[in-house]
Write a protein that binds this ligand. Structure first.
Ligand SMILES: NC(=O)c1ccc[n+]([C@@H]2O[C@H](COP(=O)([O-])OP(=O)(O)OC[C@H]3O[C@@H](n4cnc5c(N)ncnc54)[C@H](OP(=O)(O)O)[C@@H]3O)[C@@H](O)[C@H]2O)c1
Length: 243
């Protein structure tokens, strides 16, 4: 079965961690499978007929999506549509796992559960929410939307981190293990896979990069951000972030 798992976005932060958990998975990099290329996606799915798809490929930069909405649309919404449509026509029994984000919520209050009303603050989050709808209203028999929030377990990529932006973060490796657990149980529908503790981005950054400097949202000048991205779940126990 393991060889019939397909991971899109396999060279990204989560994709990388998933490839370690599913070592036999098909994990084509972007240059081998462009999810925005409808024909290529249909050919690939038709040939490989994966049993499970974990769809991670996306444009994930908030500024990048804001500045290039067409690209963000084509990859995040169109790419998801291409995969879903291909499965519907040539692999309808495929278990489709769409990796979404806590940022589908406004972030005004935090502690969102699966049934709370989304309200994206920026274009990236909007495209991720629309991707959810593509999956949710597809003809696929088995689908799972995982809303989450994570970072790679590596040095914080910036000099500073927000003290006043919060989430129930996981590291990508913790999340990959969590995703494997829910896939093994054939969970379907919308699911929040999150950490137990709500912490600031600064606290998160300090785990891997103790010398990171604090900053406030007031110092930030860019697209609107989701401030409190914390999730809880009515369906699944939270995971503990491994420090
Ligand atoms: N990181 C977060 O904070 C976070 C939180 C919640 C949810 N998510 C979601 O989790 C998923 C994985 O996020 P991540 O942080 O691991 O992303 P990432 O590190 O930015 O990696 C994105 C991956 O998608 C690939 N990709 C981009 N455009 C593509 C295309 N047209 N066709 C095929 N592959 C393409 C990239 O390959 P190239 O680099 O070669 O283009 C890369 O492998 C995304 O769906 C994201 O929206 C992320």
């Amino acid at each position: 079965m393991a060889s019939r798992v397909l991971i899109t976005g396999s060279t990204g932060k989560l994709g990388n961690a998933l490839v370690r958990i599913f070592p036999d998975a098909l994990a084509p990099p972007h240059r081998e499978l462009d999810v925005a290329d409808k024909e290529a996606v249909l050919d690939y799915i038709g040939e490989k007929k994966p049993k499970i798809i974990i769809h991670c490929a996306a444009l994930t930069g908030i500024r990048e999506c804001e500045d290039n909405k067409e690209n963000a649309w084509v990859v995040n919404v169109g790419g998801t549509e291409n995969l879903v449509k291909a499965c519907e026509s040539v692999a309808n029994d495929c278990y489709f796992v769409y990796v979404s984000t806590a940022c589908v919520f406004s972030g005004d209050r935090g502690n969102y559960v699966e049934t709370d009303v989304p309200c994206p603050k920026n274009y990236y989050s909007l495209t991720k929410l629309l991707g959810e709808f593509v999956v949710k209203y597809s003809a696929l028999k088995n689908w799972l939307i995982v809303r989450t929030n994570f970072v790679a377990r590596e040095r914080w990529p910036y000099a500073k981190a927000f003290v006043d932006r919060y989430g129930t973060y996981l590291f990508a490796d913790d999340l990959a293990k969590g995703i494997k657990k829910v896939i093994d149980k054939d969970v379907t529908g919308v699911l929040h896979v999150c950490g137990k503790d709500k912490i600031s981005m600064f606290e998160l950054a300090r785990i891997t990069t103790p010398e990171v400097k604090p900053m406030c949202l007031a110092d930030y000048d860019g697209p609107p951000l989701t401030v409190d991205m914390s999730l809880t779940s009515t369906r699944l126990e939270p995971f503990k972030i491994t420090r």
